[in-house]
Design a protein around this ligand. Structure first.
Ligand SMILES: Cc1cc2nc3c(=O)[nH]c(=O)nc-3n(C[C@H](O)[C@H](O)[C@H](O)COP(=O)(O)OP(=O)(O)OC[C@H]3O[C@@H](n4cnc5c(N)ncnc54)[C@H](O)[C@@H]3O)c2cc1C
Length: 374
C-alpha cells in the first residue's frame, strides 16, 4: 500500500474507469467514480472480449459473471460477399482448452463492472462532468460543471478519446486522428439460435460487415467502409444507408437484413485514433484506456487494453510504496503493448484502404504480443 495515499478519484464510468475503480479499491484505497452521463446511459452495442482479457477479468473477479452473461465464440468465419466460407479463424489463440472470445452487450458488461465495484465499496456519482483540475504536491483539486469541487490524493482518468483530463495534463488539445473509415453499429434480433455461435466477417470491396451473437436471440452487426473525413450520417438516414451498404451481401448477409428495422437505434462513428508521444502521468494524475491510446476497432482490442491498463495500475500501486514509482512502472509496462496493438489496428485499416484484405500476418504479429503476459 502506498505511503500517504488514502483515496483515488476515477473520471469516467466506462469499461476502463469502472475496471480501474475495482482494481484500485482492491489495493485498499477509498475510490469514487465520477461520470458525466446518467447511470442508465447505454452507449454502444456489443463488445467482444478476446482471450487475452480473460486474465484481467479473473484479476477483477468478474470472469465467471462475464462469461455467464455473454456468448463464447470459438471460431470466426471469414466469408466472401456471397456467404461462401473462405476460412475460419480460431479464437483460442492463448488457451486452446478454454472458451474463445466472449461477446457481450456493453450495457451488460458495465452492469457487471458496476455491481462489482459497488460491492467492494466504490462510490459512484452520476451526471458529474469534470471541467478542470489543479494538481499540487499534496493533492489534486477537481472542479465539476455544477460548481462543486473536491480534492483527491490521486486522479485516475479513463475519460475516453476526447479526454479533458489528458488535454489539461498535456497543456494542449489533442485532436484524434481520422483513419479514413466510418463505422455503423446495428443491434440485431433473431429467432432463438437462428445465428450460430460464431462471429463472422464478410467483405465487399472496401466494405466490411461483421456480426456477433450476444445472446441466443440478439447480437450486433457492424459495417466499416471508407468515408470522407467530414462525413456524418444523420440518425434518421442511417437505416437506409445501412440497407444500401448491405445490398451486395448474400447468404448470411441476407439473413442480417431481416434482423433490424427502421426503428433500430443505429450508431455511426468515424474511426479515429489517439497516439501520444508524452507520458500518461504526472505526480498525482494518470490516464488510461482510450484517453491514452484510442485505437481503430479492427482487432477488437480497445476495451481489452483499457481493462489491462486498469489491472496493471492496481498491481503497481499495491506493489511499491512510492506513487512516482508506481505510475512510472504502470506506464513502462503498458505503453509498449498498447502502442503495438494500436499500430497493428490502424495498419489493418491502411491495408484495407489499399485493397489488401489478407490480414493474417498482422493478426499473427498482434497475437504473438497478446500471448505474452500483460
Ligand atoms: C465500432 C467500434 C467497435 C469496437 N469494438 C470493440 C471490441 O469488440 N472489443 C474491444 O475490446 N474494444 C472495442 N472497441 C473499443 C472500445 O469501445 C473502447 O476502446 C473502450 O470503450 C474504451 O473504454 P474507456 O473506458 O477508455 O473509454 P469510454 O468507453 O469512452 O468511456 C469514457 C467515459 O468517461 C466519461 N467521461 C468523459 N469525459 C468526462 C468528464 N469530463 N467527466 C466525467 N465523465 C466523463 C464518458 O461519458 C464515458 O462514460 C470498439 C470501438 C468502436 C468504435
Amino acid at each position: 500500500m502506498q505511503k500517504g495515499l488514502k483515496n483515488a478519484t476515477v473520471i469516467g464510468a466506462g469499461i476502463g474507469g469502472l475496471s480501474a475503480a475495482i482494481a484500485l479499491r482492491k489495493t485498499g484505497l477509498d475510490v469514487t467514480v465520477y461520470e458525466r452521463n446518467t447511470k442508465d446511459h447505454a452507449g454502444g452495442t456489443g463488445i467482444t472480449q478476446p482471450q487475452n482479457v480473460f486474465s484481467v477479468l479473473k484479476d477483477l473477479d468478474i470472469y465467471e459473471e462475464c462469461l455467464k452473461s455473454g456468448v463464447q465464440l470459438d471460431y470466426m468465419e471469414m466469408l466472401d460477399k456471397e456467404g461462401n466460407l473462405l476460412f475460419e479463424a480460431n479464437e483460442k489463440f492463448i488457451d486452446k482448452e478454454g472458451p474463445g472470445r466472449n461477446a457481450i452487450w456493453r450495457s451488460t458488461l458495465k452492469d457487471v463492472l458496476l455491481s462489482k465495484a459497488l460491492s467492494l465499496g466504490v462510490n459512484a456519482e452520476w451526471e458529474k462532468n469534470l471541467i478542470n483540475y489543479k494538481e499540487n504536491e499534496h493533492n489534486v483539486s477537481l472542479s465539476f460543471h455544477d460548481e462543486t469541487q473536491i480534492t483527491t490524493d490521486l486522479l485516475v482518468s479513463f475519460d475516453g478519446i476526447r479526454s479533458n483530463v489528458r488535454d489539461i495534463m498535456l497543456g494542449r488539445t489533442v485532436s484524434p486522428q481520422y483513419l479514413g473509415m466510418g463505422a455503423w453499429r446495428i443491434p440485431i434480433t433473431f429467432e432463438k439460435n437462428a445465428l450460430s455461435k460464431k462471429g463472422f466477417i464478410m467483405k465487399d470491396g472496401t466494405t466490411k460487415l461483421g456480426v456477433f451473437p450476444l445472446t441466443d436471440t440478439d447480437g450486433y452487426a457492424f459495417i466499416l467502409t471508407p468515408v470522407p473525413a467530414d462525413y456524418w450520417d444523420e440518425e434518421e438516414k442511417r437505416y437506409d444507408t445501412v440497407r444500401n451498404m448491405l445490398e451486395p451481401f448474400h447468404g448470411k448477409g441476407d439473413f442480417i437484413k431481416t434482423c433490424f428495422t427502421r426503428d433500430t437505434p443505429i450508431i455511426f462513428s468515424p474511426i479515429e485514433e489517439v497516439v501520444l508521444k508524452e507520458k500518461w502521468y504526472t505526480n498525482r494524475v494518470v490516464i488510461g484506456g482510450d484517453a491514452a491510446h484510442a485505437s481503430a476497432p479492427t482487432l477488437a482490442q480497445g476495451a481489452a487494453m483499457a481493462l489491462e491498463d486498469a489491472s496493471v495500475l492496481g498491481q503497481e500501486i499495491s506493489k511499491v510504496s512510492s506513487l512516482a514509482q508506481a505510475l512510472h512502472a504502470y506506464y513502462t509496462r503498458r505503453f509498449p503493448r498498447a502502442n503495438a496493438i494500436q499500430s497493428f489496428s490502424s495498419e489493418v485499416i491502411r491495408n484495407e484502404l489499399a485493397g489488401n484484405f489478407n490480414q493474417a500476418e498482422i493478426i499473427a504479429k498482434s497475437n504473438s504480443i497478446l500471448q505474452q503476459a500483460y
